[in-house]
Design a binder for this molecule. Structure first.
Ligand SMILES: Nc1nc2c(ncn2[C@@H]2O[C@H](COP(=O)(O)OP(=O)(O)OP(=O)(O)O)[C@@H](O)[C@H]2O)c(=O)[nH]1
Ligand SMILES: [Mg+2]
Length: 261
């Protein structure tokens, strides 16, 4: 396991930028006159993150690596899903994981048991950032032998808002929503669900004990992101996992067949 926690130093919420890179949270404020009123126009600075994400994407393409960015609220089951998924994918695919948390290496410890190379990013050393940005991924990649990887999975920091804003150079974005979080989350946090390519509806083993209305979630998702694949599963029992794993394999094969640009 490789722990990455001190070499990146940027924090964005208080405007401090240790490495000089702007984040999507950074804004430029301009004043405009409209009649007698002054209007403050707040716009996002063109994001260096996108440039670095493009660089990561080029590197992944050159190495033949398919990259998944797994995002969700804290505790919806990302690490558990990865533990179960890696165990089934690893015999055929050479997997590696980058996992982001504000503190601790607990997730990396759990995932390293799969035998996959794991890099843990801890953001508390540089401001406790709530998402992984492209430059952090770029640095974490130096801890992995990329020539021995077919599938790189990034477990983003538990947060249903900010990670959706940051391109890290991934091929596909996947959001996990657990049934214990409530049906209203896609409507309340639409960006995440709009930006992702698939939804994993996790912890369905708990449905008999909850008032959760799955149909309501599916209707909401259809309004926010029509046609997005939804996999109903339980990382705990393994129910539904095969469809999700088949989707990953299909995405990898589609990338292999796609003409490189
Ligand atoms: N019943 C049930 N519990 C689950 C399932 N998946 C995960 N859990 C439990 O949910 C809790 C959180 O799971 P994690 O996998 O650590 O969640 P996470 O999304 O990685 O959490 P962070 O990394 O902290 O954001 C643990 O107690 C898991 O055992 C599931 O399918 N069913
Ligand atoms: Mg986790």
């Amino acid at each position: 396991m490789w722990i990455f926690d001190k070499t990146a130093r940027r924090r964005h919420h208080d405007g401090h930028k240790g490495d000089g890179l702007p984040s999507r949270h950074d804004t430029a404020v301009e004043s405009q006159r409209s009649g007698s009123r002054e209007i403050k126009v707040v716009r996002r600075v063109l994001d260096a993150n996108d440039m670095l994400a493009a660089r990561n994407r080029e590197l992944f393409a050159a190495k033949g690596i398919f990259t998944l960015n797994l995002m969700s609220s804290p505790g919806s089951g990302k690490t558990t899903l990865l533990e179960k998924s890696l165990a089934r994918l690893m015999p055929d695919l050479r997997c590696a994981v980058i996992v982001g948390d504000i503190c601790t290496t607990q997730d990396a410890d759990r995932l390293a048991a799969s035998g996959a190379p794991v890099v843990q990013i801890n953001t508390d050393a540089f401001g406790g950032e709530c998402h992984l940005a492209a430059h952090v991924i770029e640095k974490a990649l130096t801890g992995i032998n990329l020539d021995a990887v077919d599938l790189l999975i990034v477990e983003n920091i538990g947060n249903l808002v900010c990670p959706a804003e940051f391109d890290i150079g991934e091929d596909r974005r996947v959001v996990v929503l657990s049934v214990t979080e409530g049906e209203d989350k896609p409507a309340k946090y639409p960006l995440m669900f709009r930006e992702c390519d698939a939804l994993l509806l996790n912890k369905i083993d708990l449905l008999p004990y909850l008032d959760y209305d799955t149909a309501k979630t599916l209707i909401s998702i259809e309004q926010i992101h029509p046609g997005m694949p939804v996999f109903q599963l339980s990382a705990k029992s393994g129910e539904g996992l095969e469809d999700w794993l088949a989707w990953i394999r299909a995405q990898i094969n589609a990338k292999k067949k796609a003409p490189s640009s």
